[in-house]
Design a binder for this molecule. Sequence first.
Ligand code: PAF
Length: 301
Amino acid sequence: MITIERIGALREQCDDARRRECSVGFVPTMGFFHDGHVSLMEAARSAHDLVVVSLFVNPTQFGPTEDLDAYPRDAEGDARRAAAAGVDVLFAPLIEEMYPRPMLTSVRVEGVTDGLCGASRPHHFGGVATVVTKLFSIVGPCTAYFGKKDYQQLVVVRRLAADLDIPVEVVGCSIVREPDGLAMSSRNAYLSSDERPAAAVLYRALEGAIKNVMSGERNVARVRDAAVEIVSTEPLMSLEYAEVVRGDDLASVTQLENGVEYVIALAARAGATRLIDNATFQIDGHDIHFDLYGFGTPRET
Ligand code: PAF
């Protein structure tokens, strides 16, 4: 694995690979790798000749009161894990490389950024959309792998690539969970020893909501309430939102229908730590297909 800090050098590597008819798999990250990141790297490794991982803690997607300075970092550990996952190129630019001058240009994806996390983090998805567009422009035509844990981010990125005709195929990979169901996240490192087991209530809430659908419930408010009730049993967790929305455009719905993909999405705080989780599901007659636990086996969509 080589580590590259300069945009020009990464562009050259990717262009050179494509000239040799090698495909490029790309995993954008903010580092502090866990098994969820590794599952994305492995998905890219299994399908592409050149695997590029970017590691950049993007300041523009953090709000003024959010945890940019405290965001966990482990450059050496990350390099070791990426190399072990078979990554060819680790792109780790400095802030000055990505933002050498004040940005006068930004990318804003409308509509799908209004609800869910966008409601409490109004600038977050603008920062994500802009940096992902820059990264896609640097890496060039490729397949990019994103975790479904950040489901709204996945929808935003898919939409910006489609709307701006960016030649990047966006693949969503299943959430990887701890044995008690907690979705893997760099932010889990902030949880205290009391908060850590409490946080698994989010997984149980998703499971409860899915069971509700499996037992025939089609009213969205009641499915949502099943999740809310389970989260409320855990005094250390404070729910920010629980929503069931359409999977492709995050539109609100009142009644579940056959053949439509839905996502049940949750955000909650354990002390100062904000956690998100979700499950996607689709009703097909008497069958309910759902994606709740990847347990290390990424299922691509
Ligand atoms: O999901 C993340 O780690 C970040 O939001 C991303 C996509 C790398 C953009 O900074």
